[in-house]
Structure formats: structure tokens, C-alpha cells
Design a protein around this ligand. Structure first.
Ligand SMILES: Cc1cc2nc3c(=O)[nH]c(=O)nc-3n(C[C@H](O)[C@H](O)[C@H](O)COP(=O)(O)O)c2cc1C
Ligand code: SF4
Length: 511
């Protein structure tokens, strides 16, 4: 009987040598005359164990990792194909505590299936949401998404149902669905993992959005540094079209939805939704003034739904299992799950999809295992480069949009970058200003000029010049209140949180 061996094709696993492991297995399997089929799956998101391989046994899938090409022979000698014991053995994959404690909804198939196998997708619940949506009116689909409590996972946490309702009610000759897959935040990778590991789910979510608002055309704007995601999506669009879930007649209903993949321009600001639309239209990515909202006048001036990858990827489950099931996860106004991403100085970096409601400390220690260096965790930046640095005294903050707002922090896209006590928070504040100066689209003065002045002020502070902290606070006030978009208005989050929570790193320079 053929044994199935799973070896990830996710970028992280590839960067850590997964292709060399595949080659070593292929050669050894041939040499030993074994009957083995190698399937390239997505990553389970336990990055310190990548390349993590799995073998299908009658008792379920057994994992081993991190596996190098040089380990292949000893793994086969130890009876890997029957789940045999080996120093790299991790036991039943579903029982690995890091995975067992998660509640995966948007990434439920990632790492389980072959990302580009239509049969695998269907066998694991694929298209159930789309099939249900095809039997509903547009307003019923929007209501289901509204009732689920889903809020945008790209950062701003705007209620998805309200956005879709605006597009549904706009009358126009053409409407568009746009997926924001620019994923520029530091320490984030959930969008990439989803696109590489389960691209059909994103396509299904976008098709449901199209039915909900009456759109017939969509685009996925993918970060240019994600070649594997672009390749996976491009193939998935072709296969979904051949399978009849995309194109001229969705599952034979006569309803159309055409989808194209676009490589992004390589600028952080092109993740801002209006700059993204400019870029998609072929111009330089400069932020547009709002109003009008993209929902009223978006791509090519037409009503447009623009959502993040994980937002769309949450939709098939909501339609398949109903709003109430999704809404039953989470806390307060933060419903469902969020795939958190642990990065930086952390022992067990990777993806943790859990319902809102745990604390930051649980995520950092119960999942992350504390710092990689072994020193105490000193600061964590949550929500990307525009997110606040949180000190140890805030680690008990509940992972919920409102609880974070109450301590002047943001959950954003769920990226968490950890630092130990060797970090210099004044350097981090300078980095935030410098990042803004480099990435600013230049449209408004507070951000374009203020960020450059911010770097200069911090340099003078470092040189010991008095009065600079007051000036820095003043500048942050101008950026926060005078900028056109969140790039400028949120840069003060990392700067002020560093200043407020870690004053010792600044005051040393003032004496
Ligand atoms: C500078 C800047 C960069 C952004 N980058 C991204 C990004 O890479 N991905 C994303 O989904 N949203 C990003 N956003 C948020 C988008 O403007 C927008 O809120 C989001 O695409 C809406 O989708 P959602 O409602 O599903 O979150 C960014 C915003 C700003 C201000
Ligand atoms: S805040 Fe910065 S990125 Fe946003 S519009 Fe102004 S200059 Fe452009």
C-alpha cells in the first residue's frame, strides 16, 4: 500500500531546506524500492520545527521535525513510514500542544491539505459556504456576515457586514471585489500562509463577497516579495475556474465572478486601501482623500469591497456553519478568531489562531515559550510597525480590540514582535520615525516632513540636547491629528509608547 508523506512547500519551510529534504527522500525511496507518495502541504505554522514532515499512518498523521536532508536515512531506518520512534519524532500532529490548544477556523485546512488539490479542498469542506450562498439573496448573505460579528482583519477592525452593505446598496454599472494581500506589517505572515497553504479558501470567500454585493470582477493585490503565494494563487484561480467555482457561471447558476492576481508595487503604503486602488489602476501608490469611501467610489471610480486576506478567508466558514457558530467564539465586540503571529525574540515563533479573549501573556509564554535568548521579555510590539510597544506590566491585557484601545495599543493584523531587555527603546522610536519617513507617500505635510524632523529630534536627544522630549511629544501630536491616513497618524503609537513605558532609555541621554 502506498504511504503518504507530507513535506511543506510553504516559504518558511522552503527557506529552511524543505526542497532538499524532498530530494533526499525521493532518492532514498527509489534506492530502497519503497512505495511512498510525497505530498507538498502548507505549513502548520510551528516554525521552530520546520521543515516539519508528517507521515499518514492508520493511527493518524505522525510528525517529525525539524528534519534536514541528512536525517532522511536514519528516519527511514527507524520506521518513519509506520510512525516509528526517532529523536526528531513529535508524535501525533494533532496532539502537539501548540496546535491542540488552537481553534483554527480561517487556517483550518492549512498544513492539512495539498493547497492546489481540488479533491482535497472538497474533501475538507471546501465550497460548502459558496454553495449555501448561491441559494441566498444578496441581502441574506450580507446579513449573515453582519450577524457573525466579523470585523476586518487588515488592521482597522471595521465591521465587514457594514462595508458590504454599503456596496450592496450603491447602484453602479460595475462593482469590484479587491483583496488586500500586501501584508507589509513587521512580524506578520498569516496572509502568506493562507495564500500558500489554502488559496481556494480565499477565492471562495471573494466569490461569496461578489454574490453579496453584485460584483462580477475581482483582484488580489499580492505583496511582491511573496512569489510562492503569487504562484499558488495563479494556479488556484485557473483550477477554480476549471472546476466551475469561478468564471462565467458559478457552479452552473449563471452568476459570474472573474478573478485576477496582481503583483503589488513593493511599498508599505500600497497596503493602505486607497493607495492600493491607485496602484491597481496603474498609478503611483498615493493615498486618496476620503470621502468618498472605496465602498462608494473605489476601483476605477466604482463601488468596491476591499478586505484583507483573512477577512475573506473567514467568510466561507461563516456561510457554511452559520453566523451564530462563528459569533460564539471571542469576547466583547471581538468575535471569532484571530490568527496571531509570534515573531522576534521568541522561543516558539509561529502562527496561533485562537478566539479573542486570551491574554497577551498567555500567547507569549504558553504558546511562545518566552524569549529565545532566555532573558526576560521586556517589550512586545503588537500590530505591526505602527503598533504600540507594550511593557511587561501590560502583558495581562486581553486580546480584544477594545481592551487594546483602552491601553493606547492596537491588535492590528495580529503580528507580535518580542524583544528582551537588551533592546534600546529609543532606537526603536527612532526606527518608527525613520520607517515613516521612508514609506510616507508624501501627500500630506505632517507625515512627509514631520517624520524626517522626528528622526532629527531623536538624534539630538541622543546627543544630549535638552528640551527634545517636549519637542518630540509636540511633533507626535501634529502627526496624530494632522495626517491624512493612518501611516502618519499612527506612527506616534510606537514612538510615544516607547517614551511613556520605557523612559529610562530616553532620560539617560538627557543627563
Ligand atoms: C500604511 C498602511 C498600510 C496598510 N497595509 C495593509 C496591508 O498590508 N494589508 C491589509 O489588509 N490592510 C492594510 N492596511 C489597512 C487597509 O487600509 C484597510 O483598512 C484594509 O485593507 C481593509 O480590509 P479589512 O476591513 O478586511 O481589514 C494598511 C493601512 C495603512 C494605513
Ligand atoms: S499620512 Fe503619510 S502616507 Fe498617509 S497620506 Fe499623509 S503622507 Fe501619505
Amino acid at each position: 500500500m502506498t504511504t503518504t508523506l507530507y513535506i511543506p512547500c510553504d516559504s518558511t519551510a522552503l527557506a529552511l531546506g524543505a526542497d532538499a529534504v524532498v530530494q533526499a527522500f525521493a532518492a532514498e525511496i527509489e534506492r530502497r524500492g519503497l512505495d511512498v507518495s510525497i505530498v507538498r502541504n502548507g505549513s502548520r505554522g510551528l516554525f521552530w520545527l520546520e521543515p516539519m514532515i508528517e507521515v499518514a499512518t492508520p493511527a493518524g498523521r505522525i510528525a517529525y521535525g525539524p528534519v534536514m536532508a541528512a536525517d532522511v536515512s536514519s528516519l527511514l531506518d527507524a520506521g518513519l513510514l509506520n510512525g516509528g520512534a526517532h529523536p526528531l519524532g513529535l508524535g501525533a500532529v494533532e496532539d502537539i500542544p501548540y496546535l491542540k490548544r488552537q481553534q483554527r477556523i480561517s487556517l483550518r485546512r492549512v498544513g492539512v491539505t495539498d493547497p492546489l488539490s481540488v479533491d482535497d479542498y472538497l474533501a475538507h469542506g471546501g465550497t460548502l459556504g459558496l454553495r449555501r450562498a448561491l441559494g441566498m439573496t444578496a441581502a441574506e448573505i450580507v446579513k449573515e456576515v453582519t450577524d457573525s460579528g466579523l470585523r476586518g482583519r487588515g488592521g482597522a477592525a471595521f465591521p465587514t457586514g457594514i462595508k458590504w452593505n454599503t456596496v450592496l446598496n450603491a447602484s453602479a454599472p460595475q462593482k469590484y471585489i479587491v483583496c488586500n494581500a500586501d501584508e507589509g506589517d513587521s512580524g506578520t505572515f498569516s496572509d502568506r500562509m493562507l495564500m500558500e497553504g489554502d488559496p481556494f479558501q480565499l477565492i471562495e470567500g471573494m466569490a461569496i463577497a461578489a454574490l453579496a454585493v453584485g460584483a462580477t470582477h475581482g483582484y488580489i493585490y499580492v505583496r511582491s516579495e511573496y512569489p510562492h503565494a503569487i504562484a499558488a494563487l495563479s494556479t488556484a484561480v485557473i483550477k477554480a475556474t476549471q472546476s466551475g467555482w469561478l468564471g462565467d457561471s458559478l457552479l452552473g447558476t449563471g452568476k459570474q465572478f472573474h478573478l485576477e492576481v496582481r503583483k503589488a508595487a513593493g511599498a508599505y503604503v500600497c497596503g493602505e486601501e486607497t493607495a492600493l486602488l491607485e496602484s491597481l489602476e496603474g498609478r503611483r501608490g498615493i493615498v486618496r482623500a476620503k470621502p468618498p469611501l472605496p465602498a462608494i467610489s473605489g476601483l476605477f471610480g466604482q463601488p468596491t469591497v476591499i478586505n484583507n486576506v483573512i477577512t475573506f478567508a473567514s467568510v466561507p466558514d461563516i456561510l457554511a456553519h452559520g453566523a451564530a457558530a462563528y459569533q460564539s467564539f471571542g469576547c466583547g465586540r471581538s468575535r471569532g478568531t484571530l490568527p496571531f503571529q509570534l515573531a522576534g525574540n521568541i522561543k516558539q515563533g509561529g502562527l496561533v489562531e485562537v478566539p479573542f479573549g486570551l491574554t497577551l501573556r498567555e500567547l507569549l509564554y504558553d504558546f511562545g515559550g518566552g524569549s529565545l535568548s532566555g532573558r526576560p521579555l521586556h517589550a512586545v510590539q503588537v500590530g505591526g510597525p505602527l503598533g504600540a510597544y507594550m511593557p511587561e506590566s501590560q502583558f495581562d491585557t486581553v486580546l480584544d480590540y477594545e481592551a487594546f484601545a483602552a491601553v493606547n495599543a492596537v491588535l492590528g493584523h495580529g503580528g507580535i514582535v518580542a524583544f528582551d531587555e537588551t533592546v534600546d527603546m529609543m532606537k526603536q522610536a527612532r526606527y518608527a520615525m525613520e520607517f515613516c519617513a521612508i514609506e510616507s507617500c508624501g501627500k500630506c505635510t505632517p507625515c512627509r516632513i514631520g517624520s524626517t524632523r522626528g528622526v532629527e529630534v531623536i538624534d539630538r536627544l541622543k546627543a544630549g540636547r535638552p528640551g527634545q522630549i517636549e519637542l518630540l511629544r509636540d511633533l507626535c501630536d501634529t502627526l496624530q491629528n494632522g495626517s491624512l491616513c493612518a501611516m502618519g497618524s499612527m506612527t506616534p503609537y510606537p514612538v510615544l509608547s516607547a517614551l511613556n513605558h520605557f523612559p529610562e532609555d530616553f532620560s539617560r541621554r538627557q543627563t
